[in-house]
Design a protein around this ligand. Structure first.
Ligand code: FES
Ligand SMILES: [Fe+2]
Length: 438
């Protein structure tokens, strides 16, 4: 990209199409890191990853290695993973417990859990220098802002901007829906995540999340295989477990029905796709779970919670949440053509074990790197990224149902489920944040 100015960006992103360089230009990528990933609210992790004082988890925010740590005061802090002395990373592992303080492995500067310098060796060596203990530069630098919503921790590297709740807006239903489904109103992370590096631009993954046109096409072979197995089981043992339904639904839901699943598109690029699978079979496990829910919430509230009809919520620019199945994927751009996804899942606190097994089933069968579903998608992401190099065309099309969406108070509802409204919505936020507003 030449110039890299706002007017150039405005030319590259139109309401119904975007120029291919938006996905392939290294300068644009650097600007995305600066304007989006280093300014907006980015997901760090779940509070249950750091239960005890000194527990930490490392995370990448934009290009910045960060540490999420539980302080002595019970607060979750997010700090730059960098020693203020000569810059060594303080935590080299993904997670652990640092005890009462961080001690740098190089010259043993020691920091409290909120990053404040505790002590350094032979302190008189700093007498009369600019690095005396009253200089704030001796402390580990914290993220400019940290906030959590129902246990999900975000940070922003910019001091100014909307609060986390303002930023999430209507999309915070992702966390409400997930937590409300727990009899105790909270979820707990399963402290293992799959990590997948995709050889494609980060936006390609996000554009796929609410793309209701693709499942019955891309996942057709996987879906058909599941249908066959379901039939076989039903011949011998009655109803097949719900796990098979996760995959067979990709093909048993016909394309015209996908088109009836609405999307709701909020400010800041967030979107929601309504549910399309029945997740309340009347089997003994579900009935037991619903009885536990009624004990905690009463019949009316339980019905309200279990009737929330969501399949998927995308929280731009880096989170994909499937709340009724307790799944969360975080997107970490590594380069213009390289993207890390972290794939997490959660337990509903107070729910019977069988209900957790459903989340685990979906995690393993749909979202894990070893499932064909994930492989089906990755192949297409890679092809899309490769296609950017082709001179066969300069524009990526988001024309589907353009101009046919309903907008009320900044919230866009698509009349058709396969509308490319979510992608248009993502680029509306993108253009605004990148300064190329349209
Ligand atoms: S680099 Fe950390 S104490 Fe020297
Ligand atoms: Fe897919």
């Amino acid at each position: 990209m030449r110039g890299n100015g706002s007017s150039d960006l405005a030319r590259l992103v139109e309401p119904d199409r975007v120029h291919r360089t938006v996905y392939s230009d290294a300068e644009i990528f650097d600007r995305e890191i600066a304007e989006i990933f280093h300014k907006q609210w980015i997901y760090c992790g779940h509070e249950s990853q750091v239960k005890q004082p000194g527990d930490y988890a490392t995370v990448l925010v934009g290009t910045q290695p960060m540490i999420m740590v539980r302080g002595d005061d019970g607060e979750v802090h997010v700090l730059h993973n960098r020693c203020p002395h000569r810059g060594a990373m303080l935590c080299g592992n993904r997670k652990g417990n640092v005890g009462k303080a961080f001690t740098c492995s190089y010259h043993s500067w020691r920091f409290q859990l909120d990053g404040t310098l505790d002590r350094y060796p032979l302190p008189h060596g700093y007498d009369g220098t600019r690095m005396s203990p009253d200089n704030p530069d001796v402390n580990v630098k914290p993220a400019a802002r940290v906030a959590s919503y129902r246990g999900f921790v975000f940070c922003s590297l910019a001091a100014e901007g909307p609060s986390l709740e303002e930023f999430l807006g209507g999309a915070k239903v992702a966390f409400d829906d997930m937590c409300d489904r727990a009899p105790e109103g909270e979820v707990e992370v399963v402290p293992i995540c799959f990590r997948v590096v995709q050889h494609s631009n980060w936006k390609i993954f996000l554009e796929n999340q609410l793309d209701a046109l693709h499942p019955s096409i891309v996942h057709e072979s996987s879906g058909r295989a599941a249908v066959e197995v379901e039939k076989e089981i039903e011949k011998h043992d009655g109803k097949a477990p719900l796990d098979y339904h996760y995959i067979s639904a990709f093909v048993t839901v016909p394309l015209d029905k996908w088109d009836m699943v609405q999307t709701v598109n909020f400010a800041n690029g967030h979107s929601l796709l309504q549910g399309y699978m029945g997740l309340r079979p009347q089997d003994p496990d579900t009935l037991e779970y619903e009885a536990v829910m009624r004990q905690h919430y009463g019949a009316e509230r339980t019905e309200e919670i279990l009737s929330v009809n969501i399949h998927h919520v995308l929280l731009y620019p880096g989170l994909s949440v499937q709340s009724p199945l307790q799944q969360l994927r975080a997107v970490r751009p590594l380069g213009v053509d390289k993207t890390l996804t972290e794939i997490w899942h959660f337990r509903l606190k107070g729910a019977p074990e069988a209900i957790y097994r459903r989340a685990l089933g979906y995690y393993n069968l749909v979202n894990s790197p070893s499932t064909m579903i994930n492989a089906d998608d990755l192949e297409n992401f890679w092809r899309c990224h490769q296609g950017l190099a082709s001179d066969g065309g300069d524009w990526v099309s988001f024309h589907r149902n353009a101009g046919q969406d309903d907008e009320v108070g900044g919230v866009v509802t698509s009349r058709q489920g396969t509308s490319e409204a979510p992608m248009r919505n993502q680029f509306r936020a993108w253009a605004e944040w990148m300064g190329g507003g349209r």
